[in-house]
Ligand binder design. Structure first.
Ligand code: F6R
Length: 636
């Protein structure tokens, strides 16, 4: 278990972690990690109980600790863990904020934890977002005092913001700050915007425990999951201590562990460039990763790298294995060259030994899964165009309705047109509803239905433009998504059945799906999880022997060059065609509701990214293309 590795880590293993100033453990999945953290908390509660002591927990909100709370609830229900001796102090609360508001941290904590365990209500402490301004200062001093009166925090659970905040201690926070009111950083408000249905609704202030408060905890565990956290995790663990990244203060705490998943660890030196910290076991993918990195670092195409470049950059071991830079360069160059094809469905009558796809069957049944109704064209519009043009039978299955991303103004527009053509009760009721709707209210089912229909008609427009037949367009409306809010349901058997049915019906030779795990609201990840479950269920079927799975990345980020297994070049006119296909998704243009942390519209992001991939290939010494769409093969 990771707590036991602390001493090991500090004493030995120095080579691998010599860039790191905070103990951390990397897990394959956030699920597995959360279960271990919950176990550490449960063990502490039990130990304190045996010693007849109170257990004082500092708790966090946000997406990171949700699974830990779920597991604590399970341990309570199934193993009888009691929270009778537990006192909790939450890190923070928005200000001003009413307890009853579903966006309040008060609501979050009760929803995820307190309502399901036997903690005494008087033992729960969450900053009060409704405290009068004139009493605020004293309130914060009292909060701090109360923690001290209970003997301080035995355990503090933390998440980390992209600004490097812990609690809401934004950049600039002092190392010995106490509980206080603060102004939220713009990036933090952008990240919170989806939950508040727009940045304008996100409070500007919050009450937070201070850095000093957090640092006084006897034990600290910080959780971070996903690519979005990779950069700040590296800066926090490897950077200098600075108020600009408040989490770096944790370098001075002697019992802190960062519990992170593979994606959040991606930028750590030992993960990103392991050859700089230790002798490596050189698998093929690692060789390619290292050579691409070296070429980018030295600004030289692969075929111009020389022995000295390898030796100067920690790769002499690799060179020794491979003989010479000359041989290794050619091998890696060819590997990349073989990822490029203008025939995503395989080239008929061609030798396919060095091509990413098989040449047979000549006409392939292709099933493209798109999490939202537009990820298909954003991520692989050019490839769809080629697949259709080259005679393949292309199906597109939209996994969710995408209804929450349609603005009320758009709904009003369509309802008013409908009413003008044919005055009817439904249109009237939708128009009245939208006009009276209060901020952050959940849409009625008829409004959600219209929002979904708007996205459907946009999808038909885009796919017709690319030549896909209407009868091959499938709207799955997976039930997990249909909550009308950002918070989605858990995957159920119904979701899985729907996925299995469409795969059964098409019996595809190729499946394309979004392997885009940085989607800020998690929908892409859930859509991928349910596909993986479906593949697992169906893998014994005969037709699945012929089915290959290709993962694209959606609007949020791209595969690293070394990860790409199939690169589809786009000509300038294909880039324009793709752009127009994206334009058909008008409800997602101009004023996008769920944009994440990137201000560019989706078509701009897609184009920039596809051009960037082409540029990277070109810089490595491969041919110069206008743009490239990239895919990674998934083996199941
Ligand atoms: C929450 C808190 C914040 C979050 C951080 C990460 O109580 O104080 O510091 O831990 O913003 O949020 P998630 O986990 O949503 O990425």
């Amino acid at each position: 278990m990771y707590t036991e590795t602390i001493s090991y880590n500090k004493a030995g293993k120095f080579e691998e972690t010599r860039f790191e100033k905070i103990h951390n453990v990397i897990f394959n999945s956030s699920d597995e990690a959360s279960i271990l953290v919950a176990r550490e908390i449960a063990d502490l509660i039990i130990k304190k109980d045996i010693e007849d002591e109170l257990c004082v927990l500092g708790l966090a909100t946000g997406s990171s600790p949700i699974r830990v709370y779920e597991e604590l609830v399970r341990i309570h229900k199934e193993e009888g863990l009691s929270f009778n001796n537990v006192i909790t102090f939450n890190l923070d609360e928005y200000y001003p904020m009413d307890k009853s508001n579903i966006q309040s941290y008060h609501h979050f904590m009760h929803d995820h934890l307190f309502n399901h365990i036997d903690i005494l209500p008087e033992n729960i402490h969450i900053p009060d977002g409704k405290i009068d301004v004139k009493d605020l200062h004293q309130y914060c001093v009292d909060y701090e005092m109360k923690i001290k009166e209970f003997g301080g925090l035995d355990f503090q659970l933390l998440g980390i913001g992209r600004t490097g905040h812990i609690g809401f201690n934004e950049p600039g926070s002092h190392h010995n700050s106490g509980t206080r009111s603060i102004t939220l950083d713009h990036i933090t408000r952008v990240d919170a915007a989806p939950a508040f249905l727009g940045i304008e609704n996100v409070p500007r202030k919050a009450i937070t425990m201070g850095i000093g408060t957090v640092m006084s905890a006897k034990r600290i565990v910080l959780l971070a999951w996903g690519n979005n956290k990779a950069e700040i995790i590296k800066n926090t663990i490897e950077g200098e201590i600075t108020p600009e990244v408040p989490a770096t203060y944790l370098q001075n705490h002697n019992n802190t562990t960062f519990v992170i998943d593979n994606s959040a660890a991606l930028e750590l030196t030992r993960v990103k460039t392991p050859w700089l910290v230790k002798a490596c076991h050189w698998r093929e993918k690692l060789k390619l990763k290292a050579v691409v990195w070296l070429s980018e670092k030295t600004n030289k195409p692969i075929l111009k790298l020389i022995d000295k470049d390898y030796n100067d950059n920690g790769m002499s071991g690799l060179l020794a294995n491979e003989g010479s830079a000359y041989d290794l360069n050619i091998k890696m160059f060819n590997k990349l060259q073989h990822t490029i094809t203008g025939w995503p469905g395989g080239k008929p009558n061609a030798d396919d030994a060095n091509r990413p796809e098989r040449s047979l069957p000549q006409i392939k049944r292709v099933l493209i899964f798109s999490p939202h109704p537009d990820d298909d064209v954003i991520s692989m519009g050019g490839t769809v165009d080629r697949l259709v043009e080259q005679g393949n039978e292309v199906h597109i299955a939209y996994q969710t309705s995408g209804n929450i991303a349609v603005s009320d103004a758009e709904v009003l527009k369509f309802a008013e047109v409908s009413k003008a053509i044919n005055p009817n009760h439904e249109s009237d009721s939708i128009i009245n509803y939208i006009k009276q709707k209060t901020e952050s209210e959940r849409d009625s089912s008829e409004v959600r239905k219209l929002k979904g229909l708007i996205r459907r008609s946009e999808s038909y427009a885009a796919t017709r433009y690319l030549g896909v037949r209407d009868c091959n367009i499938h709207f799955l409306d997976l039930p997990f998504y249909e909550t009308g809010t950002i918070k989605k349901n858990k995957l159920s058997k119904d979701d899985l059945d729907i996925m299995c049915s469409i795969i059964e019906a098409v019996k595809p030779h190729q499946i394309y799906a979004a392997g885009d795990l940085a989607d800020p609201h998690g929908t892409h990840k859930v859509c991928l999880d349910v596909l993986f479950e479906a593949l697992e269920m169906l893998k014994t079927k005969d037709y699945m022997d012929d089915c290959w799975v290709w993962l694209y990345r959606g609007a949020w980020h791209e595969w690293e060059t070394y990860e790409i297994d199939m690169a589809i070049p786009l000509s300038p006119s294909q880039v324009m065609k793709k752009r127009h296909a994206i334009f058909y998704h008008q409800s997602q243009k101009d004023d996008v509701m769920f944009q994440g942390n990137d201000n560019r519209e989706f078509w701009v992001r897609a184009e920039d990214r596809n051009r960037y991939t082409a540029k990277k290939y070109n810089n490595l010494g491969l041919a110069e293309y206008e743009a490239i769409e990239a895919f990674k093969k998934y083996i199941f």
